[in-house]
Design a protein around this ligand. Structure first.
Ligand code: SF4
Length: 700
């Protein structure tokens, strides 16, 4: 029997796990008391991991054109098809679509191969669906994609504001930390801002059940209220920020009349005032935000509207006082660190500065460095659709289910000349459209690092051997790179070597002007890498134990060193109801499932909570439509249709329905909820507006 520590593969909380293995099996898991994210706690998804770790349903062999084959044949065939496309159509005809489930080391070699050696920057990731608006908002305000605070701030705050976040279901261990903090200090206030009354509202002193999409207006009103109430931190604003005057003027234009704001947000004025006053009076405030903010056609502006209020009050870089984005996936942050987004190059350097491109090219000794940013997710699949991108390699994700307008994605992939899929499971919706299939190792087999929502790098450790012929993603990418003639640059034998190179690049010609710097970890021996304890970046020679909070010194990563206010004009969501499609659709997760259920759908315990797709509808709407509790109903619009069982809930606002995003055609044959969502994106971040659609409902 062996005991090892590792990290949970599900959400961005990044909980530490103690695992017991024996006889080639994962026997038991428990929360790691030594991990600072969870201090020994695990939610039901994490504690059910042993139920999901067995060879049943795993993909065990490579496949080419539907036939099982050996690795050499699969890799040789892939290399020769890619080379032919490359010769005929150039590097811009190749793309990769990656995943926040990948380890940082997997991400690093994928990004290096494509952007440095093939010369295509069409590398994007499903983190685009999750965090892209926060990345863009952080860069606009701070000059870097940097989360200022840490989880400990939740316990130190006097006011917690959760915006567009059902943390009780989606970040359960952080929610438990908030619950414990409130129990210890009942005077601590909690405000939840969400169009639905979710489980998170159980903790709330105040729930603002606002009209969907009006968050930016609400925070503009808060900025005006802070200014008019004399609550601005003028010293911080003048010493450490720029752009306050025109930002405040823009907010005043649309949010000076609080009665009108309350009406537009669908709130009662006293509720609105209560929130504004609590925020104004409470220096130790943490504002947490998640997909309700990000998955919007104005997500970046919403993020900046929140950041504006923290900058205006100097509530950043101080204990118990920060904006804190809750990352969806376990390694959405690690992917951002290596450059896994199409508009990034590597190590938080982007394509906007030729110096970055030259620096990364010299560091990698890259023969074909990409010179400009590539297609973000939705344009990337549009380029596949029109035949511009002829080969796509999808790794560790199921875009047919998770992307908006699923029917369009299906057609694009079906028509694509070469679809390569690296996948751990035998059956996924996307796999059915693959020409070449690589069997990949999975959690409990993979070995590397991930970064959670508070910038904390933790080790995921290989506990079990991969089944059948499954290989690690970084190995598969390196083996293909060798066949494409890039062997010397991809001759890694262990993930520790990749991590050291990644850490070295983060510090390469970095005089402190780049926030992401883990050069303090660049000399780790293999043994030290294996023993690496959770640590928050930056990790440098000056800060070898990591950094809990950023911007404590008031220095930011903009050219002037000052944080930027961003003037925000609140915009309505692009997908709106009409006479034919009269109900607003909201999509999201449920407590016990994860993404497209390829793992959690295998655990009987996790299916007990909610076992089939549902649609939540307000009693008034149900009565009008003559829908009964438990009745099957069909949601439809011009993009698609979806069948689900009705749940009548006054937690919904009238005129709005909610469906979970997990169930796939694989599980139910009842349709995909994302087939109902249009491909509308935020113009700055490229993040799709997955939180809003419009549908009609008919009883079945
Ligand atoms: Fe895993 Fe998230 Fe649950 Fe922690 S809160 S155990 S990271 S799913």
């Amino acid at each position: 029997m062996t005991h090892q520590t590792t990290t949970c593969p599900y959400c961005g909380v990044g909980c530490g796990i103690r695992a017991r293995t024996g006889g080639g099996q994962l026997l038991a898991v428990a929360g790691d008391p030594g991990h600072p994210a969870n201090h020994g706690r695990l939610c039901i998804k994490g504690s059910s991991l042993p139920e999901t770790c067995n060879p049943e349903g795993r993909l065990l062999q490579p496949r080419v054109d539907g036939q099982s084959t050996d690795w050499n044949t699969a890799l040789d065939t892939t290399a020769s098809r890619l080379q032919r496309i490359l010769q005929q159509h150039g590097p811009g005809s190749l793309a990769m679509y990656l995943s926040g489930q990948l380890l940082t080391e997997d991400y690093y070699v994928a990004n290096k191969l494509m952007k440095g050696f093939i010369g295509s920057s069409h590398v994007d990731t499903n983190s685009r669906l999750c965090m892209a608006s926060t990345v863009a908002g952080h860069k606009r305000a701070f000059g870097a994609d940097a989360v200022p605070g840490c989880y400990e701030d939740l316990e130190l705050a006097d006011l917690l504001v959760l915006v567009g976040s059902n943390a009780a279901w989606n970040h359960p261990i952080l929610y438990q930390r908030m619950q414990a903090a409130k129990q210890a200090r009942p005077e601590m206030k909690v405000v939840v801002i969400d169009p639905r009354r979710t489980a998170t509202c159980d903790l709330a002193d105040l729930h603002l059940q606002l009209r969907p999409g009006t968050d930016a207006l609400l925070f503009n009103a808060l900025l005006v209220h802070l200014a008019e109430g004399g609550k601005l931190d003028h010293a911080f604003i003048s010493d450490h920020t720029e752009g306050m005057t025109h930002t405040l003027l823009a907010a005043m234009e649309e949010a000076a009349d609080l009665s009108k704001v309350a009406s537009r947000c669908g709130l009662k004025l006293p509720q609105l005032l209560q929130f504004l006053d609590w925020f104004a009076e409470t220096p130790r405030t943490v504002t947490l935000f998640s997909q309700g903010i990000n998955q919007s056609s104005s997500g970046t502006d919403k993020v900046n509207a929140i950041l504006n209020c923290h900058l205006a009050t100097g509530r950043i870089g101080k204990p118990g006082s920060c904006p804190l984005s809750l990352t969806g996936q376990p390694n959405a942050m690690g992917g951002r660190e290596v450059g896994g987004l199409a508009n990034q190059l590597a190590a938080h350097m982007d394509f906007s500065d030729p110096v970055n491109i030259s620096r990364v090219a010299r560091f990698w000794q890259a023969p074909a460095i990409a010179k400009q940013e590539g297609y973000k997710t939705i344009p990337l699949f549009e380029a596949i659709e029109r035949g511009e991108i002829k080969a796509v390699w999808i790794i560790g994700t199921n875009p047919l289910v998770s992307l908006p307008d699923s029917n369009r994605i299906r057609k694009a992939l079906a028509d694509c000349e070469l679809v390569i899929v690296s996948e751990a499971m035998q059956h996924t919706d996307t796999l059915a459209l693959a020409d070449i299939v690589f069997p990949a190792s999975s959690w409990s087999e993979k070995n590397g690092t991930v970064t959670n929502s508070e910038r904390r790098i933790s080790r995921q450790r290989g506990l079990l051997p991969a089944p059948g012929e499954a290989r690690h993603d970084w190995e598969i990418i390196c083996q293909l790179a060798m066949r494409l003639g890039h062997g010397a640059a991809f001759a890694y034998r262990h993930p520790a070597e990749i991590f050291r190179e990644h850490a070295t690049l983060s510090g390469f010609e970095n005089n402190g002007s780049r926030c992401f710097d883990i050069s303090g970890l660049s000399q780790l021996s293999d043994e030290a890498y294996d023993q690496l304890q959770p640590v928050q970046w930056p990790v440098t020679q000056q800060h070898p134990l990591g950094t809990a909070r950023l911007f404590a010194d008031g220095q930011f990563f903009t050219a002037s060193g000052k944080a930027r206010f961003v003037a925000v004009h609140a915009r309505e969501p692009e997908q709106q109801t009409s006479a034919d499609w009269p109900l607003l659709l909201n999509t999201g997760r449920i407590r016990d499932q994860w993404h497209t259920m390829t793992r959690t759908g295998r655990a009987p315990r996790l299916m007990q909570h909610l076992s089939e797709p549902f649609v939540d509808i307000h009693p008034q709407d149900a009565e009008q439509l003559q829908l009964k509790e438990g009745q099957l109903a069909r949601l439809s619009n011009p993009e698609g249709s979806y069948l689900a069982r009705t749940r009548i809930r006054d937690s919904q606002r009238p005129g709005e329905v909610f469906v979970p995003m997990h169930w796939t055609a694989q599980f139910t044959g009842m349709g995909l909820c994302n087939s109902l969502i249009q491909q509308r994106v935020d113009p700055v971040s490229g993040q799709p507006e997955s939180k809003q659609g419009r549908v009609s409902i008919q009883p079945v």
